[in-house]
Design a protein around this ligand. Structure first.
Ligand code: UVW
Length: 329
């Protein structure tokens, strides 16, 4: 197990603070240029579309962290309201909502349903914003951690990255196939930088500056089989942060809870790859992406790169966002 001295050495090596200016809040998304976006679009050859988002619902994957819950859907207007309120609403003057809705429904064809959702922004398929994780009172680029208040994140909120789309060339690295695993990568064998190189070579693909690298561990497929929200898994070893840095990757995403391996390997630093990626490199993490159908297609045609379009929602001040990423080939 490494110690904090080694962790800090790596943190210095991969740091992008100041690289794009003292005010930068985009981090490695800066690697995505107009040329990169054009090239990504040129990868669309067959019009095949792969939505990578999972269902947002009460049987979602939340459960590992007690402070996170699955989405709760609340109907604010439904079919039962229409007939009842058409009858009682207009006379229900002590309840302005019922009175107003009754007004819509009485002697009228018009009917409607409406809803709202209560959920953590980390509930299902998501992006972690750069303000999601920090240490020693600093966010990415040296912004004060205290700039995230109960009003939200002043610096590095998810809304700040909207200018980038987010869209780029996506590259799938299929670790399940590479290891010959039946469904997923069981806990105990983290993915190393060397293994990433091996997969890249075996798939005959290249990793280029500004790519969004998508790592398939099979966890989502396993979850759909078992419903086990706390199933342990293998993910990226924290030293893969250096690999992502060296390849000038724009963002990384996976089909599991946290992208990175959960077996502690730095004494005194939980989720060291999160700390290095989000805080030191300014590199966003995508979690709970469903990669099964995309992986099948990539294995069938041997093409592992595609246009990836994955815009977060512009929640002002939020430290993350749901997303329904789309891979297009
Ligand atoms: C944390 O690591 C706290 O969150 P996430 O699972 O969104 O990466």
């Amino acid at each position: 197990m490494a110690g904090l001295t080694e962790f800090r050495r790596v943190a210095r090596d991969v740091s992008n603070w100041g690289r794009w200016g003292a005010d930068d809040e985009l981090g490695t998304l800066n690697f995505i240029t107009a040329e990169k976006v054009s090239h990504a679009a040129s990868l669309v050859r067959h019009g095949k579309v792969f939505p990578l988002g999972v269902d947002f619902g009460s049987s979602g994957p939340q459960g590992a962290f007690h402070f996170r819950h699955n989405p709760v859907l609340v109907m604010t207007v439904d079919g039962g309201d229409a007939n009842t309120l058409a009858q009682y609403g207009p006379r229900w003057t002590q309840n302005p909502t019922a009175e107003q809705m009754g007004g819509y429904f009485v002697d009228n064809l018009f009917r409607f349903n409406e809803d709202m959702v209560i959920m953590p922004l980390q509930a299902a398929t998501q992006w972690d914003a750069l303000s999601h994780v920090y240490y020693e009172d600093k966010l990415y680029n040296g912004f004060a951690a205290g700039s995230v208040t109960s009003m939200g994140a002043y610096h590095c909120s998810i809304a700040k990255v909207d200018v980038k789309g987010i869209t780029s060339r996506g590259v799938l690295l299929d670790l399940v196939r590479h290891r010959g695993a039946e469904v997923f990568l069981e806990q105990g064998n983290p993915i190393t930088p060397q293994e990433l190189d091996d997969v890249v070579r075996a798939q005959g693909v290249t990793i280029e500056r500004g790519d969004i690298v998508v790592i398939r561990t099979g966890w989502w497929a396993r979850f759909l089989q078992t419903g086990n929200k706390t199933e342990p898994f293998s993910g990226l070893h924290w030293r893969c942060a250096s690999w992502l840095h060296d390849h000038e990757v724009a963002a990384v995403a996976s089909d599991n809870l946290q992208v990175e391996d959960l077996v502690p390997d730095v004494e005194g630093a939980f989720l060291p790859m999160h700390l290095l990626c989000l805080r030191d490199m300014g590199l966003m993490l995508g979690e709970f992406w469903d990669l099964t159908a995309l992986a099948e297609d990539c294995a069938a045609d041997g093409v592992y790169d595609f246009q990836l379009v994955a815009p977060p929602l512009r929640f002002v001040g939020a430290v993350g966002s749901p997303v329904n990423p789309i891979a297009i080939k």
